[in-house]
Design a protein around this ligand. Structure first.
Ligand code: SF4
Length: 156
């Protein structure tokens, strides 16, 4: 089973109520068992919702309690992000998860780059909260911007 960010599959779950449908990815995943996930919705955040960024760290820091997630209004939404990350795996047999494909640069799903917490469009290195959580459980994560790697991984 492959976990996939729901917005990449065309579900309107993004903060702005839109999706990021990726046709190339859909083609790659044809015939595969996929499970759409949206950790922010799983964390009971509404659609639409104010954009959020990780302040003073990345998803690993949030998991360790060293950083928090704030929305653009300055509200602390860390509990919802943590709840959503954990909820994604509830009831699943980890042995049956092959890997995950997650939306790049999201404060939840980004795998190696996220926005820097200042809402100025600048990026910093590091994963989002859910990507960090899945990795902590031994699950490999890829971004939709790595189709060649995904193709190779699917062939294994
Ligand atoms: S990037 Fe992740 S958290 Fe954001 S809308 Fe897509 S699936 Fe949901």
């Amino acid at each position: 089973m492959i976990l996939v960010s729901a917005c990449l599959l065309g579900e309107n779950v993004r903060y702005d109520g839109a999706n990021t449908l990726n046709e190339e990815l859909l083609e790659l995943l044809k015939g595969k068992e996929i499970l759409p996930i949206c950790p922010e919705v799983a964390g009971d955040l509404p659609v639409p919702r104010p954009p959020a960024e990780i302040v003073n760290g990345d998803g690993n820091d949030v998991l360790a309690g060293r950083a928090r997630v704030e929305n653009i209004a300055g509200d602390d939404v860390t509990p919802a992000f943590l709840k959503g990350a954990r909820k994604v795996l509830v009831g699943l047999d980890l042995q049956k998860i092959d890997f995950a494909i997650l939306k790049s640069r999201s404060p939840s799903c980004g795998i190696d780059q996220i926005y820097n917490g200042q809402f100025n469009g600048q990026l910093r290195e590091g994963p989002g909260v859910t990507a960090a959580y899945l990795r902590s459980k031994g699950i490999e994560v890829y971004s939709e911007e790595e189709p060649e790697k995904i193709k190779d991984r699917i062939k294994e």
